[in-house]
Design a protein around this ligand. Structure first.
Ligand code: GAP
Length: 458
C-alpha cells in the first residue's frame, strides 16, 4: 500500500500514542480538549523538523538571521498589528439541543460546497440557511470572537495589566527590525527567522495536532525593496515547496493555492498557501504572504520610532516590504508522519512502518543482539555506545528479534544492526534497511562511516 493511502487520522493518532510520540495533555484529569503532550520520539521528531528548517533558512543562506523574541509583548503591539481589532472569527452557537459553538465561515464553506455539488452556485438562489451540523438545531446570529488569549501581568488583575499570549511569532520580529538592522549588518533583501510557541483560542480546534490552541510556528519575515516584492514572493514559494519535497513529502500530495480577495488577511496583498493532502482533505501547511509595508508602517505609527531603511549608497529611504513564509512545526510534523505512514505484508506478516527521511527520524540506528547470550549483548552494547556519540542510536535487547524490528519500523528507524554468531567470528554485523528490508553484512569498523555517509545524502 502506498503511503497516505494507508494513513487514516485514527491510525496516526493510535501509532503516536502507542509509541509515545504524542498523547492527550493532562490525561489523568480526563484530558484538556485539543491540547497535546509530546513524548520522547515526538520531541525528537519535531526537533528534527525544526533543525531542518533552521538549516535550510539560516545555515545554508547568507541573508537570514535568527531571533528568539519573548512570548509576552507590550500590549500596544497588538493594537499596531491589527490583532486587537481584526483577529477574530465569526462564532455561532447552536440554539437547539447540543448548544455547540461553530465557526460560521466554515459552516458556510461546507454548505456552499454541498450546494455547488448539486448545481446552483452562491448567489444563484435563496440565501443559504445554516443549521447545526451536530443536531440540526437553529443557529444564533454570528458574533466576532477575538482569538487572542488574555492574561495579566503583575499582582493586580485590572484593565491596565492586560497582556496577551502572542498569536503569531511574526510581531516579535517586526518590533525588533531596528535592532537587527543595527547589529546584524544586513540590508534588504534580508530576513529574520524565528521558531516559537503561539496561542490562539480557536473556536473549533481539531484533527489531532493540525489545529490546536497552543502550537509552534516557524516564521521568516523577509524584508525587501518594495519593487522586488513579487520576485521574492515567488522565490520563497519555490524554496518552501522544495523543502517539503526534499524531506520526503510526495510531490503529488503538495500544492500551492493562491488566496482569493475575500480570503486575504488584513495585512496581506497576496498570499499563497502550501497545502498538503491530509487524511481529512487538502489543508494549509504553510502560508506565504506578501505583507507589503503594513506591519513596519503600523509599528512606526503607533510607537513613533522610525522603522525605515536608508540606503547609504543612494540616500534612498523606504519602508521595506515583507515576504512572510509562515509554517507550523506541529502541522509540518503531522504531514511528515502522514506521508511516511505505511502498512505492508511481508512473508505473511503485517508490518506498520514510518518511511521517514533519515534526517527526520527520531532514532537513526538501532543495535540489536540476535540473542541474549554468547557475548552478543556485550558486543552490541559496545557498538551502540560507539555509535551514539555520532548519531541518535538505540540499544534494544528485549523480546524476539522480529518484535524489536517491528518496534523500530513503527518509530521510523531507518537502519537496524544485528550482532549475531558470525560477528563473534569475523567482526561483521548485519545492516538492515527499514524500507527495502535488504540485509547486508558490513565490517564493524566500516559501520559508522557508512551510516554517516547515508545520512549526509538523505
Ligand atoms: N504570521 C502569519 C500567520 O500566523 P497563519 O496562516 O495564521 O499565518 C501560519 O499561520 C501557520 O501556522 C499555518 O500555516 C499553520 O501551519 C500554523 N498554524 C496556525 N494556526 C494553527 C493552529 N491553531 N494549530 C496548529 N498550527 C497552526
Amino acid at each position: 500500500m502506498a503511503p497516505t493511502e494507508a494513513a487514516s487520522m485514527d491510525k496516526i493518532v493510535a501509532l503516536c500514542k502507542r509509541r509515545g510520540f504524542v498523547f492527550q495533555s493532562s490525561e489523568i484529569y480526563g484530558g484538556l480538549a485539543s491540547t497535546y503532550d509530546y513524548g520522547h520520539y515526538g520531541v525528537l521528531l519535531k526537533s528534527n523538523v525544526k533543525a531542518e528548517w533552521w538549516r535550510a533558512v539560516v545555515q545554508e543562506r547568507d541573508d537570514v538571521v535568527a531571533l528568539d523574541a519573548a512570548i509576552l509583548m507590550h500590549p500596544r503591539t497588538w493594537e499596531a498589528s491589527g490583532h486587537l481589532e481584526g483577529f477574530t472569527d465569526p462564532l455561532v452557537q447552536c440554539l437547539g439541543k447540543c448548544k455547540k459553538r461553530w465557526r460560521e465561515d466554515h459552516l458556510r464553506e461546507a454548505a456552499i460546497t454541498a450546494v455547488g455539488a448539486e448545481g446552483p452556485g452562491e448567489g444563484d438562489g435563496p440565501p443559504l440557511e445554516l443549521r447545526c451540523p451536530e443536531c440540526g438545531g437553529e443557529l444564533s446570529e454570528p458574533r466576532q470572537f477575538n482569538l487572542m488569549f488574555e492574561t495579566h501581568m503583575g499582582p493586580v488583575a485590572d484593565e491596565g495589566s492586560v497582556v496577551y499570549l502572542r498569536p503569531e511569532t511574526a510581531q516579535g520580529i517586526f518590533v525588533n527590525f531596528k535592532n537587527v538592522l543595527q547589529f546584524a549588518r544586513k540590508k534588504p533583501p534580508f530576513g529574520i527567522a524565528q521558531v516559537g510557541k503561539a496561542f490562539r483560542n480557536e473556536i473549533t480546534p481539531g484533527n489531532f495536532i493540525f489545529r490546536t490552541r497552543e502550537f509552534e510556528q516557524m516564521e521568516i519575515e523577509y524584508f525587501v525593496p518594495p519593487d522586488d516584492a513579487p520576485k521574492w514572493h515567488m522565490h520563497w514559494m519555490e524554496e518552501r515547496m522544495g523543502w517539503y519535497e526534499r524531506l520526503g513529502i510526495r510531490p503529488d500530495g503538495l500544492r500551492l493555492r493562491e488566496h482569493g480577495p475575500e480570503e486575504l488577511s488584513h495585512y496581506s496583498s497576496a498570499t499563497s498557501d502550501i497545502e498538503y493532502q491530509f487524511p481529512m482533505g487538502w489543508s494549509e501547511l504553510e502560508g506565504i504572504a506578501n505583507r507589503g509595508d503594513f506591519d513596519l508602517t503600523q509599528h512606526q505609527n503607533v510607537s513613533a520610532e522610525k522603522l525605515d531603511y536608508v540606503d547609504t549608497a543612494t540616500g534612498e529611504r523606504y519602508v521595506p516590504y515583507v515576504i512572510e513564509p509562515s509554517a507550523g512545526a506541529d502541522r509540518a510534523m503531522l504531514a511528515f508522519l502522514v506521508d511516511a505512514y505505511d502498512e505492508e505484508e511481508v512473508e505473511g506478516r503485517r508490518r506498520t512502518l514510518l518511511r521517514l527521511n533519515p534526517r527526520l527520524a527520531p532514532v537513526k540506528v538501532a543495535v540489536l543482539p540476535l540473542v541474549n547470550r554468547e557475548g552478543m549483548p556485550e558486543l552490541a552494547r559496545d557498538l551502540y555506545e560507539d555509535l551514539r556519540g555520532r548519531m541518535p542510536a538505540e540499544y534494544d535487547a528485549g523480546g524476539s528479534i522480529g518484535k524489536r524490528y517491528r518496534r523500530q519500523d513503527e518509530i521510523g528507524t531507518p537502519w537496524g544492526v544485528t550482532v549475531d554468531g558470525q560477528t563473534l567470528e569475523d567482526n561483521t554485523v548485519t545492516l538492515r534497511d527499514r524500507d527495502t528490508l535488504d540485509q547486508t553484512r558490513i565490517a564493524i569498523e566500516e559501520l559508522a562511516p557508512e551510516l554517516e555517509r547515508r545520512l549526509a545524502v538523505a
